[in-house]
Each structure stands twice: as C-alpha cells, then as structure tokens.
Design a protein around this ligand. Structure first.
Ligand code: FA5
Length: 334
C-alpha cells in the first residue's frame, strides 16, 4: 500500500489532485481505514506486528502527502508571481482631481481683494419679504422702478425670491445697530427673465456696503478703482457714468477700459472700448433710515456687481448659460 500510495502521489499535478488522493487514502471510505479494518481477521499473535506496520505506513503516507501539498502550493505561488508580475517601482495611476466651480473661484478672488481692503463677508437670505427686497430700498408698492427687476413671487403673499443682494444692506444695518459698516454680501439672486447668452434666471451678485461718518463718493471711486485694478490688471482705467437706482443717490455705473491688444475687445465692449462691471452709488437717506441710521450723521456707499459676468469678461466667455449646464468640457478649463 505504501509503494502504491507514494507512486500515485507522484502523479498528482496540482492541489486538486492531491486532495483527491488524500480522500482516497485517508477518507472515511479510504484505503487506510480499510487496511485497519482487516485487523479483526488477523490471528492474535500477528496483530501487534500488523498494527505497528499499518501505523508506520499511515505516518509515511501522511508525511509524503504534506510534503507534496507544500510543494504544490509553492509552485502555484511561483507561477502567479512570474505570470502576473507586479512592478512596485512603476509610478501610480493618476487620479482625476476635483476642482472648484469657476463661479466659486471668482467669488473667492473677490473676497480676497475686498478682505485686503478691510471688508467682512456677510451672508443673508435668498427668500425675502417684499418689504426687504423693495420697500425699505425706497421702492414703495407700485413704484415704477420695481419693473427693473422681473420678480419671482411665491405662493405666500409678500414673499419673493430676492432679485438682488441689496436687501442685505438693510439686514446688515439693523444688525450693526449704529456702528460703522464695511461689508460685502455675496449670494444667489433670482429673476424671472428670458434666458439669453447674457442673462440667467439665477446668478450670483456681490453687494458692497460702507456706512460711517464722512464716507464720500471719493471713497467709492477709490474702492472701485482699487478693486478693478486688482481684478483686471494695474493698467485698467475706470470710467464712471451717472445712472439711476432708487436706493442710491447719486447713482453711477462703472466701466473699465478693455486692453487694446485683446482680440476679443470689440466683441466684449461692443466697439466702445469700455465695459460695464457694476452699479453703485451713495446710499439713499431713506435706506439709511430703514436700516436705523441717521442720514444727518452718517453717509454710506453701496455697489452691486455680477461675478459671473466678470469672469466672462476675463476669459471671453460668450454665453452665461455655460455656468449651470455642468458640461465638464467647460468646467475643466478653470
Ligand atoms: C442691481 O441689481 C442693483 N441692486 C445693484 C446696486 C447695488 C446698485 C447697490 C447700487 C447700489 P443690476 O440689475 O444692474 O443692479 O444688476 C447688477 C449686476 O448683476 C449686473 O451688472 C450683472 O452683472 C448682474 N446681473 C443682473 N441680472 C443678471 C442676470 N439675469 N444674469 C446674470 N447676471 C445678472
């Protein structure tokens, strides 16, 4: 039996065959068990010799089996190492990295510039009352200037989606309760507009508000010029035109000149060389009063800009709709 077992073991090529061999010899119905079963038929005086011999064969075959199994495992390891080699010195596969949305990037640039000018960032709500969005900003009900903002009304009377960040001015003034103010108010605004290449129904604005004793138009000009040069380059000239907003008096609109060597200059500036970046003005006395400030003691200036339009200028993007389409071909360029 021993000789037969060893020779059969030698023909087992892999672990599966080895385990089959093991069952054949050492299983419940195996040859070893059958051999021990013959004990009963052996004459008494020979039992001892037979038993010792059977145990020796069992031990020898077990050792041979374990040896063969270990060899088979080692062979399998060698094969997997050589047929599928792993080169740990190769550089790793690059992972696709996320990035900030371009609108977020331009907002952060704006925060940085105004932080350097001593402005704090303040956030207010996107769902506003009619009072905050219009009335406290010097636009009583039926004021014709309300038509400047195509408003989304909610089903709750007197509640609207804010059409601009200007109602934040009132919130800040009421919270600051008479103290000097120097803040910017970034956030999403909503207008029921016909969507076009330049107008979306939702877009960011960044409002600015400075209130204190002796704040003048010169401070507004200085602040806007400093901002424009940091954002668009030190050579930029700033042009101020008079304008109208109910909540500022006087009101202005601010243009910057566009570099002459930019091939997109004519397209962006409609051939004038100048490009509008924001609306602004001195805070109207009625607005200061609505915020709890005394217009005889303090003055203030405010401005409102569209960061997405600014980004479009910087990169000659000709369609504002690209911002919320989530087209990776567009987003990956920033
Ligand atoms: C205002 O909303 C005033 N609240 C700005 C202001 C604040 C004036 C404080 C004075 C003092 P206007 O409607 O022009 O103004 O909007 C300001 C900027 O928001 C625009 O110059 C533009 O950059 C951006 N904007 C307005 N409407 C849209 C729109 N539909 N899509 C994208 N950007 C827009």
């Amino acid at each position: 039996l021993e000789a037969r077992g060893v020779s059969e073991l030698a023909t087992c090529g892999d672990e599966v065959a080895l385990r089959e061999w093991n069952t054949r010899y050492f299983g419940d119905n195996g040859l070893m068990k059958a051999a021990f079963g013959k004990m009963g038929a052996i004459p008494k005086d020979q039992k001892k010799v037979f038993g010792e011999e059977a145990n020796r064969v069992k031990g020898a075959l077990t050792t041979a089996y374990e040896h063969a199994l270990a060899e088979a495992k080692e062979r399998r390891l060698q094969i997997s190492l050589t047929t599928n080699p792993l080169d740990v010195t190769l550089p790793g596969r690059p992972r696709a990295r996320g990035r900030l949305h371009p609108a977020t990037q331009i907002l952060r640039q704006i925060y940085t510039i105004f932080a350097d000018l001593g402005f704090q960032v303040y956030r207010t709500r996107e769902v506003e009352t009619d009072e905050m969005n219009f009335e406290f900003l010097n636009m009583p009900a039926h004021h014709p200037a309300r038509d400047m903002w195509d408003t989304f009304f909610t089903t709750t009377p007197g509640v609207v989606l804010r059409t601009h960040t200007s109602p934040g001015q009132i919130h800040v003034m009421r919270e600051a309760a008479g103290k000097p103010i120097r803040v910017i108010l970034p956030g999403m605004c909503y207008r029921n507009e016909a969507i076009s290449t330049r107008s979306e129904i939702q877009f960011y604005q960044v409002e600015g508000l400075v209130v204190g004793e002796g704040v003048t138009m010169a401070d507004l000009k200085g602040t806007i010029s400093a901002f424009a040069r940091r954002m668009f380059g030190p050579e930029r000239q700033v042009r101020i035109r008079s304008s109208y907003f109910p909540f500022t008096e006087p009101s202005i609109e601010v243009d910057i000149d566009w570099p002459k060597d930019d091939p997109n200059r004519d397209r962006l500036t409609k051939g004038t060389g100048w490009l509008e970046i924001l609306g602004a003005g001195m805070v109207h006395p009625n607005v200061l009063r609505a915020g709890g400030y005394d217009p005889d003691k303090v003055t203030g200036f405010a401005f409102g800009m569209g960061p997405q339009r600014m980004l479009m200028l910087k990169h000659a993007i000709d369609d504002i709709r690209l911002f919320w389409q989530n087209d990776l071909r567009f987003l990956k360029q920033f």
